[in-house]
Design a binder for this molecule. Sequence first.
Ligand code: ADP
Ligand code: MG
Length: 483
Amino acid sequence: MNEKDICRIVVENLEKKHDLSDMAIKLWFENLSLEKLTPDTAYFSTDNNLKKSIIESKYIPYLKEDLKDILGFDVNVVVMSSEGSSFDAQIKELEKKKETEQLKEVAERLDAEDRNASNPDFVRVYDESESKKMSNIIVSRSLPNYSPEYTFDNFVVGSSNNIAYNMAHSVAERPAVVANPLFLYGSPGLGKTHLLYAITREIATRYPDFTIIYVKGEDFTNELIEALANKTSILFREKYRNADVLLLDDIQFIAGKEAIQEEFFHTYEALFESGKQIILTSDRLPKDIKSLAERLRSRFEHGIMIDIKPPDLELRVAIFKRKAQAFGMNIPNDVLMYLGENIKDNIRQIEGALKKMRALAYIQNSEICMEHAKTAVNDILTAKAAAITPDKIITYVSQKFGIAPEEIVGKRKTNEIAISRQVSIYLLRELTDMSYENVGKVFNRDHSTVVSAVKKIKELMDKDSSFEAQIEDMVKDMRSIGD
Ligand code: ADP
Ligand code: MG
């Protein structure tokens, strides 16, 4: 029995079993054909969109039932119309869509399983309303998942990160003795946050009485802005000055804002003078954080500054191997080599690639192979380009300039608002593939406004080197968010 026979029987049954009139059969099913039958889907086609939509809205259950009678198993029914692209193309697209959906579902489920497997119980997320302390670690509120796998044991050491690793370890063993402040810097995704968590954990175990505060530069800034607005800066101060160890991750985010730096400076001095350990990270050296207050810069430079460099091939492959083991994946050596050669500058992408491959193998019910690695590498490199969105840029500029996002996309034209808007437009053009037209839409403006905003910012950068440095920092910040 071929597709043609099956289709004929199905249509006959519509008449016999489901009592469809001759008229209905003639109107809707005359040119129905079965293009393709897979174990889970029957792809029918007809010759126009109206028929397609009528069949879809009324007759799919009948078709399914009849197919089940003939085939003995359930299949999904898809109806295509020859008014669209070729059937082959339509089938391909539908199959691809189905696979993407399935893949997403599986990836989400596997992720959730990972999360459940690792549920730390000695860490709490800081909550101002909570008066009683439950543990000695206080973490940033934007970290609902305090990744318990970020330990020293799980940090793979190679020539690009061994000094950072050893120093972090020594500081965790003897806080405020070895290096204070400890300033770790390096590009995004190279393990700075991982090391900070590892330090946090290690100190919490060795010194159970210590109050340890881990906070991201961004959260510190937002928290302080809120505290100032709600007149709760005393509480804010108390919280931070109470720390035995303060870890501030991505310090570059506090640069530029006078009030924030001022507050941080006082916190810093108070802690430092009473012999508390301070650990900072950044994506660059203090001297390269352009709008960092001079007195903060000189404080940081007083400590020990250590960089983490991008991993070499050997380390990348070693990390792939280790993470694959942790995910319970068995990856052939040639595939490991391929991954190591292609995923280069960000270790976060290594995890992404492995998860993608795991999901692919899972839905195809097959062993991990080179094909999976190729798909994963390709997806990761494309996803990176799409990670920076207009919303993220506007939120960021809003924080930097202290102008509400509504104003940035709004109509008002005070100097400050106009500049924030132009900078946002410039960043969108610089950091995304969006056309002038589409950038314009974000701001309810036309193409020519976008062109002149970009021009304006470029001119300002040419004229004013400190403005130029500020914009360059912003581009860097956004790129690191994209990672
Ligand atoms: P950063 O803070 O520098 O941007 P992260 O610490 O967030 O980078 O690291 C990104 C991801 O890469 C994390 O999942 C982290 O566990 C992982 N990672 C980075 N370096 C290593 C390493 N040497 N060994 C194992 N995992 C690493
Ligand atoms: Mg980080």
